[in-house]
Write a protein that binds this ligand. Sequence first.
Ligand code: UD1
Ligand code: UDP
Length: 379
Amino acid sequence: MGIHLGKVMVVFGTRPEAIKMAPVINELKMEEDINTIVAVTAQHRDMLDQVLNLFNIKPDYDLNLMKQQQDLYSVTSEVLTGMKEILEKEKPSLVLVHGDTTTTFAAALAAFYQKIPVGHVEAGLRTKNKYSPFPEEMNRTLTGKLAELHFAPTDTSRENLLREAAANFKIWVTGNTVIDALLTTIKDDYQFPKELSKINFNNRILLVTTHRRENWGEKMRQIYGALIDLVEEFTDIEVVFPVHKNPIVKDIAHEMLGDKERIHLIEPLDYEPFANLMNASHIILTDSGGMQEEAPSLGKPVLVLRDTTERPEAVEAGTVKLTGTVHEHIYNDTKQLLTNTQEYEKMAKAINPYGDGKAAKRIIKTIKEFLYVRIGNLN
Ligand code: UD1
Ligand code: UDP
């Protein structure tokens, strides 16, 4: 064992942050010279716990702050004040945050107020439209301003950061840790759990998820309307839709799709069945960020139900299409993939712009170097 390098605190709160931080935590825990502390805000409760259980992560701190229909003000202020005491008590050498949620930004701000350096995992993605995705574009940009170490998944995200950087940013291109998580979760002989027994896997599966704030209301109605038309026209498709826990999403989804044949509205799935369901799907329709990164490496065409994306790499490679939220466009783009084999094959190619499954290892290597230098400077 070498010199003790110090304490690293990993802070996160929602499902996607947990999935993408799990490989980082598991790598950190293998380092005997680093004391790893996990603090969760539980901005999500159930959907966070699903991931913690799967990856066997036991938080040292849990702010347990989720409320039904919480708003941005309450989440921001509760993360900020909740993290104050934890940081004062633990005094970590580095705080690691992930991505673009309100937990990410408020936890980075809390660390900044105590002059604790912040490492930003999944740094530098940009749409350059501050209201889309909202509030994530601004959360990620502001976290970038606060952070000391920037772990950019791709060259494009690195370039975004370089363009904005007033001072010399410390940026490492690492790949996205979501691919680390995905590769350990996909199984060739995966057996789906009983809750999916109603799905006829002989049909073509359209996997759907929606949750983005800017899609709440009319845009979601347009999306769901297109799904209704599609199942009516194509009798060999099944829509599988694990509905986000947010009541705003749930209510519209159940009202419009609750009683439709071959549309399965189900609870959010654990990551393992979900990832394997992506792998068994024919087409993915989603407004999710993470799924735009996962699906291309599985060779699944993705129609993105958003007007902007901060993940242009797979769009440029042709496996992801920015379809938007207009009923007719969603219907037309999906119909084309269902009827035109050539178009389908063009999109259904496995590409990996987001990583090789070793992102967490690269991040840990940099963290260790940072901690070594820090100790040297302290002595
Ligand atoms: C949050 C993030 C978004 C991320 C998404 C991933 C912000 C502002 N938004 O959005 O960036 O893409 O998570 O899913 O940080 N709920 C439950 N149980 C859960 C989770 C949520 O009941 O396990 C319900 C609650 O009523 C909660 C509501 O969903 O109030 C909204 O959760 P919130 O985290 O505020 O927003 P998301 O839309 O999930
Ligand atoms: N996911 C999951 N179960 C589900 C739906 C999604 O485990 O029922 C995973 C998905 O594979 C991806 C992540 O959750 O890794 C994406 O989360 P979400 O779409 O909520 O957030 P975003 O990525 O848009 O921030």
